[in-house]
Design a protein around this ligand. Structure first.
Ligand SMILES: [Zn+2]
Length: 85
């Protein structure tokens, strides 16, 4: 267990509720357009998914072009039982 996460920069964060249109967005680093609808995994790879009550609440993807990790939040999930502001 020798991981110093603090030195590494945090993954980019994209809030899908702030994205207009079909939900595609440019990679914050290299500008490659990433579309969550695209399931070919040619432009990105899914690294991690977080489910609460079978609802997707968070998705971490990696840009296939530059290798940046991007965390996607803001899925239209109304999560009950969680403290929301
Ligand atoms: Zn990229």
């Amino acid at each position: 267990m020798k991981k110093s996460m603090s030195k590494k920069s945090l993954p980019y964060k994209i809030d899908l509720t702030e994205i207009e249109g079909d939900g595609s967005f440019p990679c914050p680093k290299c500008g490659t357009v990433i579309s969550p609808e695209d399931e070919t995994e040619q432009v990105y790879k899914i690294v991690e998914t977080k489910l609460i009550n079978d609802e997707l609440v968070e998705l971490v993807i990696m840009c296939s072009n530059c290798g940046s990790k991007i965390k996607l939040t803001g899925f239209e999930a109304t999560i009950e039982g969680l403290p929301t502001r």
